[in-house]
Design a protein around this ligand. Structure first.
Ligand code: HEC
Ligand code: HEC
Length: 298
């Protein structure tokens, strides 16, 4: 076989796979398969202690892409939605509680805990809503995980936590809960702008054998069913989320890995520059949505 023949064969195979997916999508978007998101203007948590808007006006930079910015909660089934309405039903809160305990735990050569410098964990209010953002040196875009490890390694003399390790996810859950109800508001100008552009480019890049981009599912098809799943806009304001399937909390980058794998592509690593750029872009698509973390997903 010549190189050209091989290339043609590969292309044919790719088109076949892409065609199969297109067929699956069009089959599933047939009338009757469309499941509308529920029509609830707010998520009332703990009998109204938090009243979280589920739909907000898109920011200028997403107006062309989305007529309305919607919480993933609207697309979940009634049982899953109900669990997020009460912190005692929400299993994710157990993980956030463990994170809050670790906040006060002394670790490392400096004999310090997070509380030694930051006082109560309530001082982290607002932090989730602004992540990811440029680091203090201004030379890198950091997710919350990077900030936490910077404190552990350089300020506590403690070991760094792996991105998707249990203590890291517990801590990001505990910190995220402090921002419940605050609108997502990330900086996308100045030094963050090139990161944002890179993230946007990734969002529209077709990955894998299926040649599908994030936008193909989460912009073009939200509200439609894909297999047994009701597609949302893929927002990240509920993260880390508690997944019933895993009986555990799941980080933003962990979810990205899952979605990229679903396109049958080689995925990037949790914590990679690519995923941090993508996280910034997604955070900006959700501008104005309240932080919900820890949300519940199936
Ligand atoms: C020795 C003091 C010290 C300790 C201990 C410490 N930090 Fe920090 N931390 C800082 C300083 C200083 C900053 C940068 C300035 C700021 O934002 O407060 C920072 C920043 C952060 C940020 C980013 C905040 C923001 O507004 O952007 C997070 C998140 C954070 N720390 C989490 C933690 C966690 C979790 C622990 C414990 C595992 C911890 N820190 C332990 C001093 C400390
Ligand atoms: C083949 C379709 C498909 C593609 C392509 C895809 N996803 Fe997803 N994604 C899903 C499904 C299905 C879910 C679970 C249901 C939902 O929340 O939409 C999901 C969930 C998510 C969620 C969780 C939303 C929530 O509220 O819990 C995020 C975030 C996400 N995707 C981001 C991405 C990103 C970023 C990309 C591109 C790298 C991507 N997805 C590509 C199908 C896809």
């Amino acid at each position: 076989m010549t190189m050209i023949e091989r290339a043609r064969k590969r292309r044919m195979h790719r088109n076949l796979v892409a065609g199969a997916v297109a067929a699956t999508l069009s089959w599933t978007v047939a009338p009757g398969a469309i499941a509308d998101p529920v029509d609830e203007p707010t998520i009332e948590v703990n009998g109204g202690e938090f009243s979280l808007p589920t739909r907000v006006e898109p920011a200028d930079h997403v107006k062309d892409a989305l007529p309305e910015v919607m919480s993933g909660w609207l697309f979940r089934d009634a049982d899953t939605r109900a669990m997020q309405l009460d912190d005692f039903e929400n299993q994710g809160m157990i993980f956030a509680d463990s994170g809050a305990e670790a906040w006060d735990t002394v670790e490392g050569t400096e004999g310090k805990s997070c509380a030694s410098c930051h006082n109560d964990i309530e001082s982290m209010k607002g932090v989730r809503a602004s992540m990811p953002k440029m680091n203090e040196a201004g030379d890198d875009l950091w997710s919350m995980e990077n900030f936490i490890n910077d404190c552990r390694v350089n300020r506590m003399g403690a070991e760094e936590w792996a991105w998707n390790s249990q203590p890291m996810k517990n801590m990001t859950a505990a910190i995220s809960v402090q921002s419940r109800g605050l609108p997502m508001d990330v900086a996308i100008d100045g030094p963050a702008q090139s990161w944002w552009e890179k993230g946007k480019e990734m969002y529209y890049t077709r990955f894998g054998q299926l040649e599908m981009s994030c936008a193909n599912c989460h912009e073009d098809n939200y509200g439609n069913m894909i297999r047994a799943d009701h597609l949302s806009q893929g927002q990240i304001n509920g993260f880390p989320v508690y997944r019933l399937k895993d009986s555990n909390v799941v980080s933003i980058h962990q979810r990205f890995v899952g979605c990229v794998r679903d396109t049958r592509a080689e995925t990037f690593k949790a914590g990679s520059e690519e995923f941090r750029a993508l996280e910034l872009y997604l955070a900006s698509r959700g501008e104005g949505l309240p932080i919900e973390g820890v949300s519940v997903r199936h």
